[in-house]
Design a protein around this ligand. Structure first.
Ligand SMILES: Cc1ncc(COP(=O)(O)O)c(C=O)c1O
Length: 413
């Protein structure tokens, strides 16, 4: 992996929010697993669309409608290249990763999953990769089997084999990177293993695609979902990648304008891919904004981003582990982690800790992180979570550690 040091001070100038103060202190934004900040180029692209060529896409022949259509469709080409898909027909825009998962559960799942079938998930999953499958399984009288995790959140891969042998497994759906712990799952080998039994694989890439180079052609997964807002893009844009031959066989998700070829009184023929799955007016402005987020990430380079986050995570873990009362969660092996650190400090409730940190200008997340099954497994109701991105620095980690020191004193740990 050829990597270069990020010019973080230059990068920070592109993010207007980073010059804000909170409670008189510079904002330290460590909640990037929830959503990331947006550079000027993304913000400006959205207002430029509304100011200069706002029009609905795909239908009209006048100039600004063509400009809007071109900009929207150019984003699809960029996404296709970003994840190395075979063709732009395999890229479907949704509202977010959650909608992308629901789309597959609805359009593919209701066709393929039947009574007694099994879907394999893991105890690490975000609720978005659990609830749609639960809804499907309830309706179809199918069932879910969970791969267990140990106390560090590492998957029990041994169970995969027995689970496949004992059940009629129709899908494995796993998050590539846990949003609660930062653990990275060995999906490359798991996909190969699943395929040796003819089982399709869904990758929830909401946490991995923004941080790790992703190549769906190499991975050979059937489905991949992710959200633009977690990778410098605006909210309201998600992506579903699915293999073309699968998309061709699935039923539409939302019926209405744009997803049709011809509508007759009692019959409709559906549009070609990818439009068959994009019913109604899409989120044009934000998809165009997302294209600039992809440009920004490409300019920096995904391998450089990964290197930077690993450096920050290593430094933060070293600092955190020296604090009194610190309990760290997640994989001990740094190379199997992303830039997410979950922890508890003595018996301080994570919400109290997050409030103290906010007094110091620091934004971290506290709670169950939409991973209640994992929290139950770890026997905690909540953790505190710091998560990093391209604009975070070691100096910010020092501020964070300093503020945690204040909490330790305040609570007399
Ligand atoms: C692993 C994982 N999957 C899915 C999602 C859902 O993403 P969104 O809320 O953007 O749909 C998240 C969001 O945090 C996530 O971390």
């Amino acid at each position: 992996m050829q990597t270069a040091q990020l010019e973080v001070n230059e990068i920070r100038k592109d993010f207007p929010i980073l010059s804000r103060t909170i409670n008189g202190k510079p904002l330290v934004y460590f909640d990037n697993a929830a959503t990331t900040q947006k550079p000027f180029s993304v913000i400006n692209a959205i207002s430029d669309y509304y100011a200069s060529y706002n029009a609905n896409i795909h239908r009209a022949v006048y100039q600004i409608a063509e400009e809007a259509t071109d900009a929207y469709e150019m984003t699809r080409d960029k996404v296709c290249k970003f994840i190395n898909a075979h063709s732009r027909e395999e890229i479907i825009f949704t509202r977010n990763a959650t909608e992308a998962i629901n789309l597959v559960a609805y359009s593919w799942g209701r066709k393929v999953i039947g009574k007694g079938d099994t879907i394999i998930l893991s105890e690490l999953e975000h609720h978005s990769n659990i609830v749609p499958w639960q809804m499907l399984c309830k309706e179809k009288k199918a069932k879910i089997e969970y791969l267990n995790v140990d106390n560090n959140g590492n998957l029990d891969l041994g169970k995969l084999e027995s689970c496949i042998q004992q059940n009629n497994v129709k899908l494995i759906s796993l998050s590539h990177m846990s949003n609660a712990l930062g653990n990275i799952i060995p999906i490359e080998s798991m996909i190969k293993y699943a395929h040796s039994f003819g089982i399709p694989f869904f990758v929830d890439g909401a946490q991995s695609v923004p941080h790790i180079r992703t190549d769906v052609t190499d991975l050979n997964c059937e489905f991949l979902a992710f959200s633009g807002h977690k990778m410098l893009g605006p909210t309201g844009v998600g992506v579903l990648y699915a293999k073309k031959e699968i998309l061709e066989c699935m039923n539409p998700f939302i019926g209405g304008g744009d997803m049709i070829k011809e509508v007759h009184k009692y019959e409709t023929t559906y549009n070609d891919l990818p439009y068959k799955y994009e019913g109604g007016t899409p989120n044009i402005a934000d998809v165009i904004g997302f294209s600039h987020a992809l440009d920004y990430l490409n300019k920096i380079g995904m391998d450089n981003i990964r290197r930077h986050e690993l450096d920050l995570t290593k430094y933060a873990l070293e600092c955190l582990s020296s604090l009194k009362g610190m309990k760290l969660y997640g994989d001990d092996n740094l190379s199997r982690r992303g830039g997410i650190i979950s922890f508890n400090l003595g018996d301080i409730h994570p919400h109290d800790l997050a409030t103290i940190l906010n007094d110091n200008g620091i934004a971290i997340r506290s709670g169950h992180h939409c991973a209640q099954i994992l929290m139950e497994k770890l026997d905690v109701s909540a953790t505190s979570r710091a998560s990093f991105y391209i604009y975070n620095t070691q100096e910010e980690i020092n501020i964070f550690i300093n503020a945690l020191g204040k909490a330790i004193k305040l609570f007399r740990l």
